[in-house]
Ligand binder design. Structure first.
Ligand code: A2P
Length: 274
């Protein structure tokens, strides 16, 4: 059974499909076919970012599909190294030109720091960017706003200095790497946690304990990884360029029993290569 028509509801009432199609590391050339196939399969939630360099063909695939714009939930992101009022606004406009849309469903600050300077304190820049996100939201250009890769400290700075609490935090979560403290903090503030790299970019699919659980349910290891996150009320964003895998990753209507969830919880695999 596919879960593609089920939604979470953000705290502002906006519905967001429970499984999103991730497009990180899919080139602009390959993304058109991948997104077109995902939409044909029934995915209604596509996650991109200006930094992925594929917004143009994500937008084209959505526009070329027979679906109405409002039937597809699309997320994009403000690049991590772009901070500040003018810069954030200009980048949003570039994203919208790339996508060819009149509005966006969800707009995220991609990271609290530039990727080549992880951990740098950019609080001031993040606050300035967030004020732009708030303006875009109030103007109706985006239906929801959020952050990505933000820590508790980073989110607190936004909450203390701005008016709108982020609706989403998109972070790397997969079996063995749960970020429990951060997800609990988000839950308490009604911030939906989206899990990027739910398969650890493929790294966890060979773990024997996951394969064992998968066998019991007649499922694939990837399906177990995705289903596990859904049972924790997280929103997985699996990505694949292969049609059979794109379809497989949505067939996650089975239920993992509590004892198996616990054994998956106890996996602490070193995926530091990722
Ligand atoms: P491919 O794109 O060649 O199908 P993540 O979503 O954690 O970023 O993981 C994506 C990686 O996992 C990609 O390398 C993708 O390969 C692979 N992948 C995605 N779905 C499956 C699947 N159902 N079975 C095996 N590998 C998968």
């Amino acid at each position: 059974m596919s879960l593609l028509s089920e939604n979470y509801t953000l705290y502002n009432g906006v519905k967001i499909p429970k499984i999103g199609f991730g497009t990180w590391q899919i080139s602009n050339a390959a993304v058109y076919d991948a997104v077109s196939f995902a939409l044909k399969t029934g995915y209604r939630h596509i996650d991109t970012a200006r930094a992925y360099g594929n917004e143009e063909n994500v937008g084209r695939a959505v526009r070329d599909s027979k679906l109405k714009r409002e039937e597809v939930f699309v997320t994009s992101k403000l690049p991590a190294e772009i901070k500040g009022f003018k810069e954030a606004r200009a980048s949003f406009e570039k994203t919208m030109r790339n996508l060819g849309f009149s509005y966006l469903d969800l707009f995220l600050i991609h990271a609290p720091w530039p990727w080549n300077d992880k951990g740098r304190d950019c609080t001031e820049g993040n606050i300035a960017s967030w004020k732009v996100m708030e303006e875009l939201y109030r103007e109706g250009k985006v239906r929801a706003i959020g952050v990505s890769n933000f820590s508790v400290t980073d989110i607190n700075a936004i909450i203390e200095n701005c008016e709108i609490v982020p609706m989403v935090n998109q972070i790397a979560i997969y079996i063995g790497h749960l970020q429990d403290g951060l997800t609990e903090y988000c839950r308490q503030r009604n911030i939906l946690v989206e899990a990027y790299s739910p398969l650890a970019t493929g790294g966890i699919l060979k773990i024997e304990a996951i394969r064992e659980v998968a066998k019991q349910y007649g499922a694939s290891p990837a399906q177990v990884c995705i289903r596990y996150l859904l049972q924790k009320d997280l929103l997985p964003l699996p990505k694949s360029t292969h049609p059979n895998r794109i379809a497989e990753n949505a067939e996650v209507g089975f239920t993992i029993r509590e004892t198996d969830m616990k054994s998956l919880d106890s996996i602490h695999q070193d995926l530091s290569h990722f």
